[in-house]
Design a protein around this ligand. Structure first.
Ligand code: AR6
Length: 175
């Protein structure tokens, strides 16, 4: 029986000081972008982009790990989510992001990881569908990540946080 704590909060993914790692909703080149990627690179400083050069490019569904540099977190795990309507099968590719990020965190002995809602901004993934994939994937993978104690989803708006919480409660009830 897994004891993994899954929680969702409203906040900024670049300001989660109690987490060992934060996840970046990256682009293939791991360059600073808009949204999550912009916030993470701004907070981490230019050293992160330098470190990312050696790790890029990454494929859709893949995850790679770097130091957190100026962030309060030891690590950043960079995931490339699917562009909705283009990268198919989108649900499988989105689930791959979460699975690969959790595996990397566990392989590095991390106890906590914070995710944004990957692909739901610039990449256009419908929010509720993406929340279902994210939650179902983390729950189904919980037993395979013995080091991890806490997974936090960080949602940017109050409406997104409320919707994510609703889906989390729904999935828990059905479990
Ligand atoms: N903290 C938490 N969530 C945030 C933040 C933040 N600081 N900023 C935005 N969000 P996006 P994607 C939410 O576009 O869809 C980038 O430019 C946002 O409201 O960051 O995977 C990259 O370079 C949305 O719900 O990521 C890629 O090219 C979610 O985070 C591309 O966009 C994801 O939005 C990736 O697109």
């Amino acid at each position: 029986m897994s004891t993994l704590i899954i929680e969702c909060v409203r906040g900024d993914i670049a300001n989660q000081p109690d987490m060992d790692a934060v996840v970046n909703a990256a682009n293939a080149q791991l360059l600073p972008g808009a949204g999550v990627a912009g916030a993470i690179h701004r907070a981490a400083g230019p050293e992160l982009a330098d470190a990312c050069r050696a790790l890029a490019p990454i494929a859709t569904g893949e995850a790679v790990i770097s130091s957190g540099f100026g962030l309060p977190n030891r690590f950043v795990i960079h995931c490339l989510g699917p562009i909705y309507g283009i990268d198919e099968p989108s649900a499988d590719l989105l689930a791959d992001c979460y699975r690969h990020a959790l595996k990397l965190a566990d392989d590095h002995g991390l106890a906590s990881i914070a995710f944004p809602a990957i692909s739901t901004g610039v990449f256009g993934y419908p929010f509720t569908e993406a929340a279902r994939v994210a939650i179902a994937t983390v729950m189904s993978f919980a037993d395979g990540v013995p080091c991890l104690e806490r997974v936090r989803f960080v949602l940017f708006s109050e409406a997104d946080q409320a919707e994510f919480q609703r889906v989390l409660d729904e999935v828990r009830k059905a479990d």
